[in-house]
Design a protein. Sequence first.
Length: 415
Amino acid sequence: MTSATTHVVLAGKLVDVDGGRVLPAQAIHISDDRIVAVAPISHGVPEGVPTVDLTEHVVLPGMIDCHAHVIGQLESGHGYAGMVMTTAAREALAGVANARDTIAAGFTTVRDVGTFHALTDIALRDAINGGWVLGPRMQCAGAFITVPGGGGDVSGFAINVDQGIPRELRYGVVRNVDEVRDAVRRIIQGGAELIKVIGTGAVLTEGTTPGACEFTEAEIRAAVEEAALYGMFVATHAHGAEGIKRAVRAGVRSVEHGSLMDDESIAMMADSGTYLVADIYNGDYINEIGTRDGWSADIMRKNRETTDAQREGFTKAIAAGVRIAYGTDSGVYPHRDAANQLPYMVRYGMTPMQGIQAATIVAAECMGWDDRVGSITPGKFADFVAVKADPIASNLESLRHLDVVIKGGKPVSFD
Ligand SMILES: [Zn+2]
């Protein structure tokens, strides 16, 4: 209890993700948007301050998605050439609705790992922080660092069409180490707090091969070094094993997807402490919706070739002690379903507590934001979710339908 307490949240049960345990009957003391103390309710609750009664609920830290794409309309499975048919403004406004769906799903923080219309994610982040629109705290990559025709380029055109492509769609397209350094600086100057490097081909980018490397180790290292000058990390999209190894040796913070990991790349991630952010849910979504809607045969084949392999690698990575942070590739599937991957984390080898930790404190560490989010700890933002049905007993199924979301000490209303 402190004199600064402005209100109190009473938790029937509180998930202590640092200790990996569930505590009964806790009072969370809040001053404006920050947690100032956590103590058993039996120790007393201050008189005369407003109370949010969640004594019938399990209260967890607000969840974190380390691989979100909040900007833009839902992926259509017809390749990214269609990006020239929409505008940055339209994509950003779609992002407003996505941001609302994201926080409604319990994700009070996201690491946004890139958008084709460069820097629109940063505009959305600033709008959320300014209180103009409702959404999660965002750490933004601003654009994709990618080779021409690579996994983060707008591809799928007939030849010789590139003259008319707006520059903002190819903001991070680079050809060598020097251009990598230039692009990293330009993107950070544009407001990014994270750098996203597309290290291999991609499932959803027409004409690219997930197993194929697209950058040299030196090029990835140049991005890591340049970002480090600003105290920032690099997240690397890498499906194939060689691409993962190059990224790990180059010193990236996280490997995204990791679909085609081999034992050596798993061991390297475990040894180096590189985070794995594996989107093990959306392969099922793509298979279902892509079959229904006639997505391109190339994309559907690549999805089949990566989905089961990724899940097998994920299980091995848990056993090897790789640090795994929750990340979904939301934007491929609807943002309101951002918690759908949680039960998959358990199905493929995590304990329910490990799954919760991946989506809270481990994700916060991956972002370098564990000083402000990821656990219910004094000094951090008062971001919580609450659910009546015990998430641990339900193997995290119950987190797909939350009762309460609180961001910065304020219950979020979706009326
Ligand atoms: Zn992605």
